[in-house]
Design a protein around this ligand. Structure first.
Ligand code: EPU
Length: 333
């Protein structure tokens, strides 16, 4: 095994925080998984786009570099693809669009790897990856076996799955089996997409146009991690009871919301954070993005602890003002 030592995480995570891993391996072959099961502690990294490091990772840091996309089966309407976990998510979206395989165009430009996509059930613009996942294959570090879970067995929820709960720290995702449609099934109901398509002068869009609209919106609102360190949405959008929402609406008539059920609504955390005055906040090299308050940023030399403390302060001010406790979406190491 080619284990490297004292490896900087600055370019391995999109927050760009300087931190070192004592032991590090780039994994390109799943044949090494049985041997890696015997190390005392390990952490796995894909695109590093959903991680805030407040301390050096303990144990061996495994970077997932397993590649390959295979067509498993095909019928009149759909294709079933087996996508290796180390593939870059956006490259896979482009691969699908090029072949006219539809269903993930709204998820264009989401950073990270295919293997990370089911863990937090990535989603954007009215689509979640769970809508296309047939099954997920993982290596179980404890039993040292390869296991495949069906979509239902993954217990997908909003930015949630079995991998964040019952299976936490027990798995290494090997591949995700994704079913895409050969027919266009466009989902442009999310307001910003329709507006962007209009700006692009497109009246009868195809999947490629929708992907381009999403790319345009994301590039405009979200900071490019190559320029400003960040991990996308830092918090989840909280869900609250309709009753609590109606109370809040009395004092805040403009509060946006998305219905979840007839008892529960989701409120955009970005709005709550902005109302508390945090949007565009900056101290030293850490702060809150000027165009999207849900994104915390590192302008260069911020530490993980500074960003963590900023998130603590944001959580308390939102709780004080609205009585809502925000949950972090990023993984904190
Ligand atoms: N808003 C504000 N101020 C802000 C940001 C947002 O008032 O600073 C309000 C906007 O007015 C808008 C609402 O919040 O009405 C929603 O904003 P936006 O469309 O930007 O989406 P979001 O709810 O903040 C979620 C996802 C994003 C995803 C977008 C689009 C979560 C935690 N985040 O953000 O996902 O791209 O919707 O579907 O659910 C990610 O997870 O990393 C991510 C970027």
């Amino acid at each position: 095994m080619n284990i490297q030592h004292h490896i900087s995480l600055k370019t391995l995570t999109t927050f760009g925080i300087e931190m070192y891993a004592d032991d590090f391996i780039e994994l390109t072959d799943i044949a090494l998984l049985p041997e890696l099961s015997d190390v005392a502690e390990r952490k796995i990294i894909g695109g590093g786009s959903n991680i805030l490091c407040t301390q050096s990772p303990k144990g061996l840091l495994i970077a997932n570099r397993i590649k390959g996309i295979e067509l498993l089966s095909e019928d009149v309407d759909t294709v079933l693809l087996k996508v290796a976990s180390g593939e870059v998510w956006h490259d896979f979206v482009l691969y699908a669009i090029k072949r006219n395989y539809n269903g993930i165009e709204n998820l264009a430009l989401i950073p990270g790897t295919v293997g990370a996509s089911p863990i937090q059930n990535i989603g954007a613009y009215g689509v979640e990856v769970k809508d296309t996942i047939e099954s997920v294959t993982y290596w179980d570090w404890q039993t040292k076996k390869i296991i495949t879970l069906t979509n239902a067995e993954c217990h997908f929820g909003y930015r949630d799955s079995i991998f964040k709960n019952e299976l936490k720290d027990r798995f290494f995702i090997i591949s995700v089996q994704i079913r895409l449609s050969k027919k266009q099934k466009l989902n442009t109901s999310y307001g910003a997409i329709e507006e962007e398509l209009k700006l692009m002068g497109i009246t009868t869009p195809n999947s490629k146009d929708v992907a381009q609209a999403v790319i345009n919106i994301r590039s405009c609102k979200l900071p490019n991690p190559k320029e400003i360190g960040n991990a996308g949405s830092f918090f989840k959008n909280p869900t609250i009871s309709v009753q609590q929402f109606l109370e809040l609406k009395k004092e805040n008539p403009k509060i946006p919301s998305y219905p979840v059920s007839n008892k529960v609504v989701k409120v955009p955390a970005g709005w709550l954070i902005e109302q508390c005055g945090w949007k565009a906040y900056r101290k030293n090299d850490y702060g809150v993005h000027a165009k999207q308050a849900l994104v915390l940023v590192n302008y260069g030399s911020a530490s993980g602890t500074e960003l963590w403390q900023l998130s603590v302060d944001i959580i308390s001010s939102v709780q004080e003002r609205f009585g809502i406790v925000l949950e972090r979406e990023v993984q904190v190491w």
